[in-house]
Design a protein around this ligand. Structure first.
Ligand code: SF4
Ligand code: SF4
Length: 349
């Protein structure tokens, strides 16, 4: 976002009658007016370049879910405004530790996790496809099973995936108020990927959305695993498909998939094939509610993040399936690739 666009977006919020007031999961969970999108943006304008630690924590109260944008006549990008405000807090020396500890980790390991992601990455066995799976830090930090399932399913559907050599796209650096380091990390990952066009397939929707904004070689393609697998499934003849699993699950649209990538069809096509039935929760599709796992909220305001997850779990009201390693962990939901892997085990040979 340019500086002029940022100022314009701030003005729109500042003088807005708070049209999105009810839409923010953080203000909903905390009941705090100061944590509405309007409250957070107004605070960012008010404190300018001199935020204090309390203001920094208010800026932390955003998961980047973009639910406010659904109800904003201007489609205002509130997370972009708040990430810029977080950068101001970092420069002012008042940022929470969860943001300030990331640069050293990225510098040493190429990601911001405490787990040894390179070790997990080295255990993944890829096929020889032109498209590359980019598992991402969340999937690797939880042991890599979602990545293994994605590779298994892609192969079973006749569209094997290779594996991208990179561990993390660096989105967390942006979320932690380090825009320059985010750009530097993106440049480092692009060098690892090489100078030729690449086809990258992400497990984490927000990472795919972020990488879509990179300057990749012309002809490159970036998409989510559900988009990739739904295409592969469509090419599979009916007679080669096993019967659906005799289960009914409730589908949680990850914010980054439904709003970030506008991908509503692919996961539903996959679930329709693999499950006897699936349910839609009260808030689904582009109106989906957030699980609380994004925007580094679990690291800065863990109690608020837990409350968001609990409220969403109550709304889902039953065993859930989703397609984001971060959402799956927050909600105790099953990853769609794991359902598909189980379903395809019963495929006719
Ligand atoms: S995001 Fe849009 S609707 Fe919400 S306060 Fe800002 S301008 Fe108003
Ligand atoms: S992006 Fe989501 S969490 Fe952030 S202010 Fe908007 S609705 Fe709230």
């Amino acid at each position: 976002m340019t500086l002029a666009a940022l100022r314009r977006a701030q003005e729109l919020c500042e003088f807005c009658p708070k049209m999105c007031r009810f839409a923010c999961p953080v203000s909903e969970a905390t009941g705090r007016e100061a944590l509405t999108p309007w409250g957070k943006v107004s605070l960012a304008v008010l404190v300018g370049r001199e935020p204090d630690a309390a203001a920094a924590l208010a800026f932390a109260g955003c998961t980047g879910c973009h639910r406010c944008a659904v109800y904003c006549a201007h489609d205002n990008d509130v997370p972009a405004i708040l990430y810029a405000a977080r950068a101001t807090a970092v420069r002012a020396g008042v940022a929470p530790k969860a943001w300030t500890e990331l640069p050293a980790r990225f510098s040493a390991h190429g990601h911001g996790e405490t787990a040894d992601l390179a070790a997990v990455h080295s255990t993944l066995r890829s096929g020889h496809g032109d498209a590359l799976l980019f598992p991402g830090c969340d999937a690797l930090a939880s042991g890599g099973q979602e990545a293994r399932d994605a590779l298994t399913v892609a192969k079973a559907l006749g569209a094997p995936l290779g594996i991208a050599a990179a561990l993390c796209c660096g989105l967390k650096l942006q979320e932690a108020g380090h825009p320059e380091l985010h750009l530097a990390h993106a440049a480092r990952v692009r060098r690892v990927l090489g100078p030729k066009p690449v086809h990258l397939v992400f497990l984490q929707p927000a990472c795919a959305r972020s990488v879509q904004e990179w300057l990749l070689p012309e002809g490159s393609r970036v998409e989510h695993i559900t988009s990739y697998l739904a295409r592969a499934l469509a090419a599979l003849p009916e007679r080669s498909r096993p019967p659906p699993l005799p289960e009914t699950l409730v589908w949680h649209d990850p914010c980054g998939l439904a709003r970030g990538l506008s991908e509503l069809t692919a996961p539903r096509a996959l679930l329709s094939a693999a499950l006897q039935d699936f349910r839609e929760p009260p808030r689904s599709g582009v109106d989906t509610s957030c699980c609380g796992a994004g925007g580094l909220l679990p690291r800065t305001l863990p109690d608020v993040a837990s409350k968001l997850a609990d409220e969403r779990k109550a709304e889902l009201d039953g065993p859930a399936v989703t397609s984001s390693p971060a959402c799956a962990a927050a909600l105790g939901a099953t990853e769609i690739v794991s359902i598909l892997a189980r379903w395809l085990q019963g495929a006719p040979s």
